[in-house]
Design a binder for this molecule. Sequence first.
Ligand SMILES: *[C@@H]1O[C@H](CO)[C@@H](O)[C@H](O)[C@H]1NC(C)=O
Ligand SMILES: *[C@@H]1O[C@H](CO)[C@@H](O)[C@H](O)[C@H]1NC(C)=O
Ligand SMILES: *[C@@H]1O[C@H](CO)[C@@H](O)[C@H](O)[C@H]1NC(C)=O
Ligand SMILES: *[C@@H]1O[C@H](CO)[C@@H](O)[C@H](O)[C@H]1NC(C)=O
Ligand SMILES: *[C@@H]1O[C@H](CO)[C@@H](O)[C@H](O)[C@H]1NC(C)=O
Ligand SMILES: *[C@@H]1O[C@H](CO)[C@@H](O)[C@H](O)[C@H]1NC(C)=O
Ligand SMILES: *[C@@H]1O[C@H](CO)[C@@H](O)[C@H](O)[C@H]1NC(C)=O
Ligand SMILES: *[C@@H]1O[C@H](CO)[C@@H](O)[C@H](O)[C@H]1NC(C)=O
Ligand SMILES: *[C@@H]1O[C@H](CO)[C@@H](O)[C@H](O)[C@H]1NC(C)=O
Ligand SMILES: *[C@@H]1O[C@H](CO)[C@@H](O)[C@H](O)[C@H]1NC(C)=O
Length: 796
Amino acid sequence: MATLLRFLLSSLLLSLPLPSFSRTYTSLTKGSSLSTRDFLVSTPDAIFAAGFFSVGENSYCFSVWFAERYGDNHTIVWMANRDQPVNGQHTKLILQNSGNLELTDAGQLLVWSSATESSSSVQLELHDNGNLILSTSDGQNLWQSFDSATDTLLPEQLFTRNSILVSSRSKTNYSSGFYKLYFGSDNVLHLRYEGPEITNVFWPDPTLVIWTAGRSTYNSSKVAMLNSSGYFLSSDTLQFNTSDCGVRLQRRLVMDVDGNLRVYSLDKATQSWQVTWQQSSEPCSIPGICGANSICSSAPDSERKCTCLPGYKMNNLTDWSNGCEPDFKLSCNDTVSSGFVQLLNVQYNGYDLGSFTNYTFESCKNLCLSYCECKGFQYTFDLVNGYYSCKPKTILFNGYRSGDFPDPMYIRVPTINLNTIKPSRDLNLQCTAQITPLDRTYERKNQDWVKSFLWCTLAIGAFEIICLFTYFFKTQRRSSAKIQGYLQVATGFRKFSYAELKKATRNFSEEIGQGGGGVVYKGMLSDNRVAAIKYLKEAIQGEAEFLAEISTIGRLNHMNLIEIWGYCAEGKHRLLVYEYMEHGTLANSLCSDKLDWKKRYEIALGTARGLAYLHEECLEWVLHCDVKPENILLNSGYQPKVADFGLSKLLNRSGIDNLQFSKIRGTRGYMAPEWAFNLPITSKVDVYSYGIVVLELITGRRPTGGNSNDDSSAVEPRRLVSWVKGKMQEADGRGSPTSVMGIVDPGLDGEFDMERMEILVKVALKCAEEDIDARPTMREVVDILLHQESEGAVMF
Ligand SMILES: *[C@@H]1O[C@H](CO)[C@@H](O)[C@H](O)[C@H]1NC(C)=O
Ligand SMILES: *[C@@H]1O[C@H](CO)[C@@H](O)[C@H](O)[C@H]1NC(C)=O
Ligand SMILES: *[C@@H]1O[C@H](CO)[C@@H](O)[C@H](O)[C@H]1NC(C)=O
Ligand SMILES: *[C@@H]1O[C@H](CO)[C@@H](O)[C@H](O)[C@H]1NC(C)=O
Ligand SMILES: *[C@@H]1O[C@H](CO)[C@@H](O)[C@H](O)[C@H]1NC(C)=O
Ligand SMILES: *[C@@H]1O[C@H](CO)[C@@H](O)[C@H](O)[C@H]1NC(C)=O
Ligand SMILES: *[C@@H]1O[C@H](CO)[C@@H](O)[C@H](O)[C@H]1NC(C)=O
Ligand SMILES: *[C@@H]1O[C@H](CO)[C@@H](O)[C@H](O)[C@H]1NC(C)=O
Ligand SMILES: *[C@@H]1O[C@H](CO)[C@@H](O)[C@H](O)[C@H]1NC(C)=O
Ligand SMILES: *[C@@H]1O[C@H](CO)[C@@H](O)[C@H](O)[C@H]1NC(C)=O
């Protein structure tokens, strides 16, 4: 019955006499053809359509797409001639009498063919699974589009040893792009970047052993498939489920333009495609998208952003894949003529001249200068061995900025340009952008876990069994990490309504803190995240100004800064929504004697890192101005996170002159002398306060003492400092080798690392110097604490 109907329909359509109208077919037989106006629709439910898709002015590609339009454009799933579009006039797809399906441009040039042959009757049909099939009347498949995927794999479509998915060039240019998915000769599914100059396999992570990446090389069948329930299984044991479940036809696995492999599912309610799985949740970890000599950064609110290195300019203003080129000339026969620009939190992978261990900064610099092809170097601290490694780079590719990378990168530029190269405003904004911290935590757990498992493997030698288990758990963990990633992307930094926050805090019932311009309440957000919600008392009332400030603060992202999830600006209400910290403030923890030496040292280091990020990371100073134990929060692992940064910017300070202004900032006991003496306020005020906090960490003594009515705020910290100095000198005078003994918090019971303690005391005292210039920068403090080179670990 259906066949009869279809026959009637197609013969009816075929017999339509007007060639200038578009015709719709359900099948093609020998001798018939499609013009650029005609369509073939899938049977029986017309889910897909095939025909000539316009890819530009008067240029067409023979394609298969979803018949329904979701979003602006049709969703293409297959193309015959993506790299050779044809003319709109006189172009035909002909099913020749020989049984060959041919695409000819303007009646002349053969652009594409199925390379088939058959003497019996043959028909071309599009099936409802998206497969275009050329078959003989006795049901033998001569050719099918499923065997030659372009960038999309549909459910039930086999991906085999011969298959390859190639991304499009761009979102609007459908020709072959740079990213490929294929089975490698090691039987493993890989992703590869094949750029104009550089080729790079990047998935699974080439630095991992295949089985630690959760894959197997043993099965040589090389097949993979996404089944119609959204379950993907590959013969290399890669498997995943899409985040939506159940049988539905509208899914597609796509090698995307940006090098990410994604599964999209159709959301019936909104009639749009939703990502239900993706290979990478860190877009910047995919090589190539920004080209050479650039930096990639990603923010929760945007996909990813490319910027040129300082001193470099974009090669092709419309296309980042060409990267950047130097805007200067380097002569390399002369070491005096080039210098280096420091970039913080930027990492370049690969293209090393070598890894030179235990190098001083100076020798690393000279090493780079001695090679003509050295474009810069990464100077990294090796935590395991306790020395610096020097990695001079010949190509600056895969530049990635993230707060996760603690080590600086140095870019070589001519000395004459050194002073003129100012990191652009654009770069400024860039560096505040960040990957989502949730992923970070998961990633880290993952690695620790793998490490410990490697030990097990060695110990037991039960190699095979462990393999199996590692694989099982890794995939489990990976999928949960992915889900978290989506959650974060989906929620991100956002605006909350006042009603929402009122509900979250149950009418602001649970107060957990005060100060810093407002009261903090504990609340539970609708997605079950526990939040600390701060109600600002005297915030800027203009919503636009408030938004401008908050968007800057919201983008600051570092593991030692408290994360801001969103804000509320409604009527008179101004609220900030932060992540909630299990262990509360450092002040509380110090009071209750919960901190051993190791924790204290890590808190000192972490706090310094957070402040260093605020001061320098973005080349735009964000002064905290209120560093104190109440503003340092501790997470479940006692990692410190600095809170309340940038808050002074949000508070209404109009009509207050500078002197008064200084008085409303800072907290008694931790305020630098500049405040009292009305000296210029620089980042060194935070350094001073930090020094006092560290002294408090060491001694367990509060600088404010018990006498809270004493109003001589600028004097109090000096008391603590001079007490410590006095004790130290006293000990030195007696020639005591353990001079710190007299000042250390008795709560530590003498359990601490003497050498590190002495360094910490020295650093704290240096930070708390009266003389502004004598204080180190926060970055220097981090370097000293990290590497414990007691004095002079100053760069350059
Ligand atoms: C749809 O296609 C047109 C031209 O082919 C293009 O200009 C436009 O950007 C596309 N829209 C989307 C959302 O891809
Ligand atoms: C698409 O990209 C290819 C490769 O870069 C280029 O040759 C072609 O001209 C582009 N097509 C359009 C319509 O921009
Ligand atoms: C897809 O694979 C999963 C896991 O093997 C299986 O449970 C499910 O039934 C399969 N779905 C279909 C439609 O075959
Ligand atoms: C190889 O993979 C295929 C497809 O996943 C599977 O059917 C086959 O059993 C596997 N072979 C071995 C030896 O594991
Ligand atoms: C995917 O879901 C199926 C059931 O639908 C389950 O058997 C399988 O273990 C799941 N696989 C993964 C990797 O989560
Ligand atoms: C920049 O790239 C686009 C797209 O690939 C290309 O059409 C254009 O010609 C390029 N421009 C230059 C100046 O190379
Ligand atoms: C460096 O080499 C260039 C040409 O290769 C030459 O003109 C220049 O004088 C050289 N500079 C020095 C300092 O040797
Ligand atoms: C690094 O070099 C210094 C000086 O050359 C040496 O004293 C130190 O032992 C070296 N460290 C390691 C771990 O090799
Ligand atoms: C919050 O306060 C409003 C009135 O101010 C009251 O109607 C409501 O029941 C309260 N809700 C809760 C959860 O206490
Ligand atoms: C600050 O507060 C004053 C009154 O207290 C008000 O007139 C002014 O508009 C406010 N400024 C901003 C930026 O909200």
